[in-house]
Ligand binder design. Structure first.
Ligand SMILES: [Zn+2]
Length: 280
């Protein structure tokens, strides 16, 4: 999926948080083709122009059954009849849930309705699928943040900023899709009280890298709280009040991306809330 489209669809998904859940219930009674049209209007699915056939004709949205419970983009040329999924290159590609259910899942995730267990039960999916979905949402959040944050500085005298680094181990690109694995270190900071954040991908965790990120995103005079990582030593000589919290970090299993148990409310949860606040 092109990252730009993923970002767009994720941002639009988040915008739909304002939507009434009853609207979603109404949608469920419409045919698959009508649902696809609606999702296209909301810019949650790729536009019709993206489904042009390789033979040169325009594919048409056709029901695959008499009841209209499913549909596909189908080439009208008899000799061709090539089909494509309407989910292609969207937030929903490879999702096994219906469009409406998948959207409802996003809604619940955004609104922090229920936890993984509750959602797994509600959507009748396995625990692992719920884990994948949650990770996919976190990843969407991070991508959006990374693409949309302007070079603002947080903190300042009298303010406290918690800084944390997390291993962003990407097992899958999308739900159910296997791609190559890659380890990325993401560094984030949250200003206590305002919940303003910064988020940045770092190439390593050397003293030079981590401290230059702090200097770039955190105002001098701030009380900066970090873990006991050796790369933070000497931070107090750079105009910050440096406090170390020697928490036990759990980067848990490689499958549990972006998780750690430092506190009840991790930076990642704050990121998602911040993300929510930033939307128009
Ligand atoms: Zn064709």
């Amino acid at each position: 999926m092109p990252p730009a489209l993923l970002r767009a669809t994720f941002a639009e998904t988040k915008r739909l948080v304002d939507m009434d859940l009853d609207d979603l219930a109404d949608l469920r009674n419409r045919t698959a083709a009508e649902q696809v049209k609606f999702f296209q209007e909301q810019r949650l699915l790729a536009p019709t122009s993206m489904f042009k056939c390789h033979c040169g004709s325009e594919r048409e949205l056709k029901s695959v059954d008499a009841e209209g419970t499913d549909c596909k983009w189908k080439c009208p040329v008899k000799a061709c009849r090539s089909t494509k999924s309407y989910r292609l290159k969207s937030w929903f590609s490879n999702a096994k849930l219906s469009l409406v259910k998948a959207l409802k899942y996003s809604y619940m995730w955004c609104m922090k309705q229920g936890n993984q267990k509750v959602r797994a039960r509600e959507f009748r999916i396995s625990k692992q699928t719920a884990v994948d979905w949650d990770n996919f949402h976190r990843e969407g959040c991070c991508r959006w943040m990374l693409a949309n944050q302007q070079g603002v500085k947080i903190g300042g005298p009298g303010k406290v900023v918690e800084v944390d680094e997390m291993q962003y181990k990407r097992k899958k690109h999308g739900v159910g899709r296997k791609t190559s694995t890659s380890d990325v270190w993401v560094m984030g900071g949250v200003e206590r009280g305002s919940q303003r954040i910064f988020l940045v991908i770092v190439k390593d965790r050397t003293k030079q890298t981590l401290q230059s990120v702090i200097e770039r995103y955190v105002k001098k005079g701030t009380t900066v709280i970090t873990d006991a990582h050796v790369s933070y030593t000497g931070l107090s000589e750079k105009g910050y009040t440096h406090k170390v919290v020697n928490h036990k970090y759990h980067f848990v299993k490689p499958t549990d991306v972006l998780t750690h148990t430092q506190s009840q409310e991790s930076i990642w949860q704050k990121v998602s809330r911040r993300f929510l606040l930033r939307l128009p």
